[in-house]
Write a protein that binds this ligand. Sequence first.
Ligand SMILES: Cc1cc2nc3c(=O)[nH]c(=O)nc-3n(C[C@H](O)[C@H](O)[C@H](O)COP(=O)(O)OP(=O)(O)OC[C@H]3O[C@@H](n4cnc5c(N)ncnc54)[C@H](O)[C@@H]3O)c2cc1C
Length: 443
Amino acid sequence: MQRRHFLWTPPALALGAAASPVLAAPSIISSQSPILPRKGKGPRIVICGGGWGGMTAARYLRELIPNSDVVLLERNATFWSGPMSNKWLVDIVGTDFVNRDMLHPANQYGYTLLQTEVNGFERDKKLVRTAHGLIEYDFLILSGGIRNDYEAWFGNDQRAIEYTRTHFPNAYIPNQEMLSLKQKVKNFKGGTLVMTLPPPPHRCPPSPYERACLIAWHIKKNKIPGKIVILDPKPKIAPIGVGYQQAFEELYADIITHVPNAGVKEVDPFNKQIKTAAGDFKFDDAILMPPHQAADMVWKADLIGKDPATGKPTGWADMHNRLFHAKSDDRVYFVGDLMGAISPQFGHYPKSGHVANYIGKIVAQNIAERVAGKEVVARLPDNLCYMMVNGEPQEEISVKFEYEVDASGQVNQTQIDMDVRTPDLVKEDFDWINGKFRDFLGT
Ligand SMILES: Cc1cc2nc3c(=O)[nH]c(=O)nc-3n(C[C@H](O)[C@H](O)[C@H](O)COP(=O)(O)OP(=O)(O)OC[C@H]3O[C@@H](n4cnc5c(N)ncnc54)[C@H](O)[C@@H]3O)c2cc1C
């Protein structure tokens, strides 16, 4: 499928050239006039969010459009990774697998990295509002990942939200919260540890079960008198349901209880109680995951989709399902977990680092085609996730998703579960992560 877009034309007024690829915070801040002078005469592409998707887009934009002025805006000082983080929680891998320097790739690929908070947008003027001031763009990429929708549980009760976030962190948004969770696992001396799973679509569907397996392995290895109760809103484990069920029964029968159809109705974090559709539960400790939604930046850009039947927000970006730009603004692209639904057959692409990396590349190609005045080619990703279920011996299961377009133009998904746990998949997993890190973190 191909589609022609408006051509990109150079801005009439470029503000001059800047020298350094990596930018320190400017010392004089004006909220009125744009900061960051343009570099060169090429298009300015601003990427909001320097995770798996945003860093990939930054690299490939610089390579595909050599005169482009690519600016990556990220709130964290360093890169944090979700993939491998469950293994890191129980010391199977070191910190290098979850936390990396971001200046190195910015220098290697030649984009500008600004550590700042993205606060909003003036899309009519093609401006991003940041904590450091306004930044102009010709194309904008939103790649901010997800937000935790604690409001679905607590409404506007900020005390309950803050208490839950600080006492029962889930670390599904990779940042310093991962350190708190690791500390929690280390300090767990026994009792019932409850894990709530969000309803679909959510970030990395198989990974909460991997986390349960690896914490159970840690409990078993250290002879901790603890149990894990997984409160799952789904009727059965998915994906790789058979592989996980076997791991739960064969490796952790005395430790893991999986409760299906356990959609959360009420959470009382202060008294450690949860009411679900499958009954009420008390806990000694917990990893509490509320529903996921697109990152705040998509809401601030006023680009959240609406359910055609109810008119209510879908919670995810309102986008062209093959070309990844906003339906109402083709200068704005979406990359990664914040993306909206793709197909009536399967809903969303899996919210995975693999897909975020793939779409980051595709969006860079699409913008490069537009800048060159070429037809834009609609491309498809694939997906691959490896999940460790046993720490000794190390064994993994995996799931692969393939996509194709049918005669009516609908994208269809084929899912291939590898349910038999093997050490071979562990090797593939490490090859996969090293390859991906090389791809967007540089060499
Ligand atoms: C425990 C766990 C295990 C996982 N395992 C796997 C796996 O094995 N394989 C796999 O493929 N995927 C896995 N994932 C999923 C993967 O982490 C995500 O799908 C991936 O990170 C999505 O990339 P992204 O770029 O959309 O978001 P992110 O990587 O989260 O990047 C978003 C970035 O935007 C920044 N940001 C957000 N808002 C702002 C703002 N307002 N201003 C400035 N910066 C902002 C954030 O700080 C962040 O750095 C796992 C995730 C978790 C939590």
